[in-house]
Design a protein around this ligand. Structure first.
Ligand code: SF4
Length: 349
């Protein structure tokens, strides 16, 4: 029977899941993904964490708890730095320790320390150690690692083209199944290219507004935590742009505009993507999703607000979310914000 590895559908899941899944499946493991966030998961997470933790950390604990009886291992990486320039927020760095001390009766954790600052080959070595702990040989581990990196690249390309993480993940799953079951050489590159072409957002009417929805991926794409914000905005007729839709190259080009780099990886991604949206005049307004009790966001939120003011007074809405956020309150604020943007453009209500 295959080893079952649990992956919590939270935090960095939205950035790396296809890579992680590919790696473990190439080693012959079965992936058990926790369900989409729901009330039970949030309540469980609140019970298991310290009260002053941010909502994404509480949610993460709930996802881990939901996997406890179902798997042989749970994958909780210690993400430190993947670009050598910034680190993940301190809560990511201490995540495996927090989980071990807070959740009783958990199966062993797989917690590679991923820090490119330890040397160019440090991440691959960390992944190979994980594979060996699961009984794989060196060559098999290396093959799995290489394939997983390729899938991360595909995933990033799909996100950059305008797909949401769940759409890109579903497409890559279909591609993997086709390669396995049809036993024919599908052109991975062609599949990715045609999916990209069909996902580019288009403008439809004068009332159509373009919105940047920025923040950390686990705030933007977790529909339960943000009360279905993306769907609500689409219903209100908005085209949506998120930080993941800005390519790494475009983000790098914006880095020089930062008076000082931020310490945290995701915060830099958010700020640089906003600079890109502003420079390219891509959006009519900007919504920043922040988590109550998030230390990095105390600074990022203020920075973005000032940048929006400085660059042509771009309308800015900051939404702070926690476990008490109500759907009705979010919808009312989004309706008011989009109405104001339509009026500003001179469109009809
Ligand atoms: S960056 Fe903020 S929201 Fe994300 S884990 Fe850290 S404190 Fe929580």
């Amino acid at each position: 029977m295959a080893i079952r590895i649990g992956i919590p559908r939270a935090l960095a899941y939205y950035s790396f899941y296809p890579q992680w899944k590919t790696f473990f499946e190439e080693l012959g493991a079965e992936i058990v993904l926790s369900p989409p966030t729901n009330k039970h998961i949030v309540n469980q997470g609140i019970r298991d964490t310290v009260t002053d933790a941010c909502i994404p950390i509480k949610v993460y604990h709930g996802h881990v708890a939901s996997l406890v009886d179902k798997v042989d291992y749970i994958f909780v990486p210690r993400l430190v730095s993947i670009d050598g320039e910034a680190t993940f927020c301190p809560k990511f760095l201490g995540l495996p320790d927090m989980i071990r001390s807070s959740i009783k009766g958990i199966p062993p954790l797989l917690s590679p320390r991923l820090d490119i600052r330890d040397g160019r080959f440090a991440p691959v070595k960390a992944w190979i150690r994980v594979a060996k702990a699961l009984g794989a040989g060196y060559q098999q581990a290396l093959r799995a690692y290489r394939k997983s990196v390729k899938f991360r690249q595909y995933y990033d390309e799909l996100l950059t083209s305008g797909m949401l993480p769940n759409e890109a993940t579903a497409l890559l799953d279909r591609l993997t199944v086709s390669l396995r079951t049809e036993r024919k050489r599908l052109s991975e590159a062609n599949t990715i290219a045609s999916a990209k072409a069909s996902s580019i957002p288009t403008l439809e009417s004068q009332n159509h507004i373009r919105l940047a929805v920025v923040g950390y991926p686990y705030m933007i794409y977790d529909e339960f935590v943000n009360c279905g914000l993306l769907d609500t905005l689409k219903r209100l007729g908005a085209s949506i742009f998120t930080p993941e839709m800005v390519s790494a190259k475009d983000r790098r080009a914006q880095a020089k505009k930062q008076p000082k780099y931020l310490f945290w990886y995701y915060s830099n991604q958010v700020v640089r993507s906003v600079y890109h949206f502003i420079q390219e005049e891509m959006v009519d307004g900007l919504i920043h999703l922040t988590a109550f009790a998030c230390g990095p966001d105390a600074m990022v939120d203020r920075l973005l607000e000032l940048d929006c003011k400085k660059n042509g007074r771009i309308p800015y809405l900051s939404l702070c979310l926690d476990e008490h956020t109500g759907r009705a309150g979010i919808i009312t604020r989004l309706e008011a914000f989009t109405d104001m943007l339509v009026r500003k453009r001179g469109g009809k209500q």
